[in-house]
Design a binder for this molecule. Structure first.
Ligand code: C2O
Ligand code: CU
Length: 463
């Protein structure tokens, strides 16, 4: 089933994959490595022991991969883990063969194996990469990092700051990861929520700034299941982009900002605090604010405060047109604790709730649990697709579509922002629309990774 020919076909410019590539051969001799390893890092404050994590190269998050818009990402993924793995480039419109979804776009890379990822990036913005085999365990262990694509013209800012937010479930003694990634409770409820929150792999991340400086904050939610509620303290700012894609007009941050697993937000913020004070990106929990990232203010910028920013340049070919003639799909989410799975189908069989629980599966899309041989839909290349996503469960979900960004279609018929991950609260229904302009087999799943592992995973074929 797997062959070198499959990879070579896929590596060509075009192509729907006939076979899954089993490994990347060394087509580029000195490709830079992205090595996944087991490592002990100082996640907790320094008076605690180190925590054993799985990370890329230096630890967790992995190294920031940064390329100019239109540039090429080339990395030889080398697997030094005790498990097979892959790398997925979340939010990137790349060729399907480079999407890194084990079992769908490539075979998992075995321990001591390697795979060459090589693709061109069309879109500027804030993206991220993460493991996409046994993600519920591998991402929780730390296998993720930022992928930043710079706009053609530099912005008028003083600092560009990437903030990767993560949530860890640690054992009460010793600070090691809780090794049970498959508990029924996590899977059937809100997912693997942690007891320790980090920014850029640190317990108390801070950066010194000056009053009146303008910062670009690139927020990435890399956690398994935590929805971050964020606010600015002693900053004035604007949301410039969501999930990598620029807003047509910068939106003043007034109040809270929600970021579900997989989502990103690009902010521009001006330091309004005085010399000797401190500005924060705060996390709100139970009406309390916590410092998610601290910015002690030392000194005053020599230049005056800037005016409101101009929008970021839009990324190419992002129009969602043809809504009236669109292909209409439904995605009905059901199951979970306090939900119903009565008529759901597992592996082609209607097995009843008891069997479902025994298989540790709790969620269904349109009555079907988990990955199936056939896609949710096969759509023609270029076709406009509308999907009504209904959350008939007692929990929030974070639906992520690979390969293409979508827009929400609001009740008034207007289109919402481009996104690659949709936050859907219990009882909500959303309509999303996208143009299926990227051929291949694209995963469509909940980014609450315990949910993805227990039923909330499907795919769409574009041909
Ligand atoms: Cu960010 Cu299918 O994942
Ligand atoms: Cu979910």
């Amino acid at each position: 089933m797997f062959s070198r020919r499959g990879f070579l076909t896929a590596a060509g410019a075009a192509g729907v994959l006939a076979e899954l590539p089993v490994r990347g051969d060394a087509l580029v001799p000195d490709m830079m490595e992205l090595r996944a390893t087991v490592k002990a890092v100082q996640l907790l404050p320094s008076d605690y022991p180190k925590t054993e994590i799985w990370g890329y190269s230096d630890g967790t998050p992995g190294p920031e991969i940064r390329v100019p818009q239109g540039g090429r990402v080339q990395r030889r993924f080398v697997n030094d883990l005790p498990q097979a793995s892959t790398v997925h480039w979340h939010g990137i419109r790349a060729a399907n063969s480079m999407d890194g979804v084990a079992g769908l776009t490539q075979a998992p890379v075995q321990p001591r194996g390697s795979f060459d990822y090589d693709f061109t990036v069309r879109d500027a913005g804030t993206y991220w990469y993460h493991a996409h085999n046994r993600s519920v365990e591998q991402v929780a262990r730390g296998l993720h990092g930022p992928l930043i694509v710079d706009e053609k013209a530099p912005l008028d800012i003083d600092r560009d700051v990437t903030l990767v937010l993560d949530d860890w479930l640690l054992e009460p003694d010793g600070g090691q990861l809780n090794p049970d990634f498959e508990t029924r409770r996590d899977r059937s409820h809100a997912g693997r929520l942690g007891n320790f929150i980090s920014t850029n792999g640190q317990s108390a991340w801070a950066r010194t700034v000056k009053r009146h400086e303008r910062l670009r904050l690139r927020l990435i939610n890399a956690s398994n299941a935590r929805i971050f509620l964020l606010a600015l303290v002693n900053f004035e700012g604007w949301v410039m982009a969501l999930d990598g894609m620029p807003l047509p007009a910068p939106k003043t941050v007034s109040g809270d900002l929600l970021l579900c697993p997989g989502q990103r937000a690009d902010l521009l913020v001006d330091v309004t605090a005085g010399d000797g004070e401190e500005a924060f990106l705060a996390r709100i929990e139970d009406n309390q604010g916590y410092a998610q990232a601290a910015f002690p203010v030392r000194g005053v910028s020599s230049s005056a405060r800037r005016g409101s920013p101009a929008p970021l340049p839009p990324n190419p070919a992002m129009q969602v047109t043809g809504l009236n003639a669109a292909r209409e799909l439904r995605l009905d989410m059901a199951g979970g604790a306090m939900g119903s799975l009565r008529s759901a189908v597992l592996n082609g069989q209607n097995t009843g709730f008891q069997r479902m629980v025994e298989a540790n599966q709790f969620w269904a899309f349109n009555g079907t649990v988990g990955m199936t041989q056939t896609p949710l839909a096969t759509v023609a290349r270029g076709e406009t697709v509308r999907v009504t996503v209904s959350n008939d469960t007692a929990f929030p979900h974070a639906m992520h579509l690979h390969g293409m960004h979508f827009r929400t279609v609001n009740a008034d018929g207007l289109m919402g922002h481009l996104r690659d991950t949709l936050l859907s609260f219990a009882g909500e229904s959303h309509e999303i629309a996208f143009v299926a302009d990227n051929p291949g087999d694209w995963a469509f799943h909940c980014h609450m990774l315990s949910h993805a592992a227990s039923g909330m995973m499907t795919w769409i074929r574009v041909q």
